[in-house]
Design a protein around this ligand. Sequence first.
Ligand code: PRX
Length: 635
Amino acid sequence: MSNYHIKHLEEYFQVYRKSVRNPEAFWEEIAEEHFIWRKKWDKVLSWDFSKPEIKWFEGAKLNITENCLDRHIPTRGTKTAIIFEPNDPKEEVQHITYRQLHERVCRMANVLIENGIKKGDRVCIYLPMIPELAVSVLACARIGAIHSVVFAGFSANALSTRINDSDCKMVITSDGSYRGAKTIDLKGIVDKALESCPGVATVLVAKRINSKINMLEGRDKWLQPLLDAAYADYVADVMDAEDPLFILYTSGSTGKPKGMVHTTAGYMVYTAYTFKNAFQYREEDVYWCTADIGWITGHSYIIYGPLANGATTVMFEGVPSYPDFGRFWEVVEKHKINQFYTAPTAIRALAKENLDFVEKYDLSSLKVLGSVGEPINEEAWHWYNNNVGRKKSPIIDTWWQTETGGIMITPIPFVTPTTPTYATLPFIGIQPALMDENGQEIKGNQVEGRLCIKFPWPSIARTIWGDHDRYRDTYFSAYENMYFTGDGALRDAVGYYRITGRVDDVIIVSGHNLGTAPIEDSINEHPAVAESAIVGFPHDIKGNALYGYVILKETGEGRDRDNLRKEINLQITEQIGPIAKLDKIQFVPGLPKTRSGKIMRRILRKIASKDTSNLGDTSTLLNPEVVKEIIDNAL
Ligand code: PRX
């Protein structure tokens, strides 16, 4: 028997050693015993980080949805696969069984085919957290179409950029969406986006809020009548192990979002195995991840990982504050949630509210608490541990990325002793390394450096859609033969890892990755703006918030500053989305620059954080005088 389910620390160390001494044999055993294949692989792994080229289970044939759906039908046909918890707690909950989910996915697969979608085509999914979202994702996978889910909080502009980057032929959306007490006109956003997307032939529209929307004849179709008319079975298409499963965009240091490409077999094996172990999931458990499927967390740990294990997974449409700040805990009590996975920003926001909101609910079903997306600070960790876990549910602080596909560094609950703010030990098969600025690996403990991974794991992204050079330059060129994460980390005396934050120009706001460049580009398009620079500064709830330094053109100098601030934020909201809005905007006469013209963000970060006691060496600046002026007028 393979070590599919790890139960104690000694076993972790033993399995870990096995997984790094002979990764091929280790992953082969897991793949053989726990998944169904139309044909087994010819080779477990081939890789070359210098190209980079990574292939897992080459030659194998499979369909991931047969592993997530069909194979469960004989034993788990009547088991709930998805619990849909709507935005409004008064609306009825849906329990979708494995058999029903299978049928819904098959119908959707037929609708896709009838609307001209073929294997390899890209389909953009821009939907709220309703069952149609999971069904659409799985239906694409069933026919071999590549899904590109775009978070339904992104603006029309951000949506059209993503649609065009990967030449999507179809968009699946809804009339609108609920978000707490508000509704959002999703179809209106899609219509605007599609003004600049000539490649989209069809828009399928799910009905969610019953709003009056515009339907463009020949292009837009209501989804439900098509599903009702579709045949309820569809034999899954056979995919190669390395066929792309999906594209998911993430921010980078330069303007254009990066379409990370994940492939089929390795992604399936790794997300399923990490789900089982990181959450210690058992057959009767009910698992809830509060993320949106628009992010990697939702792809891997709401859909694919849980369903590959035949789990019951909750899809939550709402927000933690609606109808009040007890909503999360009301849902935990209602569905007797056993594993709960959320983001530090949500914890921090809820910790500010009255404790009654947590205390009045029965949370005794909880066994494991998870955290993801950004560092969890000590205060939030203790609040989560004391008030939600009531000191009996271990917190797993899971570090990973869109690019890694699955959890990379995490405690295994009831196995790895936890320490607040530490992601602790690498997951099975993961070989981290800390590097210094000269490209040397820093060995030993009690050290700090840049976090890299030395050896491929099955769910590593294989490329950036349409730009393999950028993939190599971003992740494989900083250190030879290493995947560079962009994060800094320290390793303590016992070998535990603590992630210290990004070391590049990506800022994590409320758990969302934001690149400085696209936001600066957007600000610079404002007619009154000459130049700008964005940095992060610590924020109680969001973890980081954005501080913008803006140089006005002469024509902008006489304008009212507060109006300008509003216009700049409106511009960002329209071009990227509300998550990228700036908390503070300071108008400055210049930006501190090196002689080669590079903005010294280190100095701007310190000023934004009100930490100006030691600005380091400013003598190499082209314009040192501007620093004092910025400090004097800092917000
Ligand atoms: O900086 C790290 C931070 O989030 C980045 C990845 O963001 P994204 O691709 O959007 O994926 C988020 C969900 C997996 C990382 O480079 N990050 C993620 N998890 C943690 C974290 N930082 C500290 N601790 C974590 N547990």
